[in-house]
Design a protein. Structure first.
Length: 115
């Protein structure tokens, strides 16, 4: 089993920054396959950024240039540094880990961008 715990969400003004953290525990083989998704009210859950094979990174178009995903393998922790935040970034952000054909999800952390 894998457990994912997110932290770092909150209220921020447009143009501001936040850093989300996702600590993974349990039977983690690698932080490859870990990433961040988000779901805004009334919308489908969508990928924001994630590690893919061989350490490459996929960013959504909305995240490119503003968000950076990183990781600390020793801590099995993945981060999402978000900058130049916009009101449309408001959503619940979820940590995800795909391993052995199973999707694991954290409980989510709310990010609200508002003046």
């Amino acid at each position: 089993q894998v457990q994912l715990v997110e932290s770092g969400g909150g209220l921020v003004q447009p143009g501001g920054s936040l850093r989300l953290s996702c600590a993974a525990s349990g039977s983690i083989f690698s932080t490859n396959g870990m990433g961040w998704y988000r779901q805004a009210p009334g919308k489908r859950r969508e990928v924001v950024a994630r590690f893919i094979s061989n350490g490459n990174i996929h960013y959504s178009n909305s995240a490119k240039g503003r968000f950076t995903i990183s990781r600390d393998n020793a801590k099995n922790t993945v981060y999402l540094q978000m900058s130049s935040l916009k009101t449309e970034d408001t959503a619940v952000y979820y940590c995800n880990h795909f391993q052995n054909k199973i999707d694991y999800w954290g409980q989510g952390t709310q990010v609200t961008v508002s003046s």
